[in-house]
Design a protein around this ligand. Structure first.
Ligand code: ZN
Length: 103
């Protein structure tokens, strides 16, 4: 399954710069930089919005299962990194939480 915010990412990175650049042909270096800066900020804003709606990602250690499997058999223990939850707080969400706590 592809999360909706990933589609937004794709949209922001392909469509936005192309539409602005092709519309007006001769661009100065500063204008070009301004467009890319604006696109970057927009992409970052979309990413943060995504992190607000979907704060978690799969734990990288256990791939979201929350289990650390024994070499053989059915035995397992809680994944140490996520303590068995199977989830990892995304970087953007951590930034948001940090900002909220310090307000
Ligand atoms: Zn884990």
């Amino acid at each position: 399954m592809v999360p909706a915010n990933h589609l937004v990412w794709l949209f922001a990175s392909t469509f936005l710069p192309a539409s602005v650049v092709t519309e007006t042909q001769p661009l100065t270096h500063t204008q070009r930089a301004a467009i890319w800066t604006g696109t970057g900020i927009a992409a970052a804003a979309l990413y943060l919005l995504g992190c607000l709606i979907f704060p978690y990602s799969n734990c990288t250690k256990c791939a979201g299962t929350g289990k650390s499997r024994a070499p053989q058999g059915k035995a397992f223990r809680n994944c140490r990194r996520c303590k068995g939850t199977g989830r990892r707080t995304r970087i953007g969400r951590r930034l948001i939480d940090h900002h909220r706590r310090n307000r």
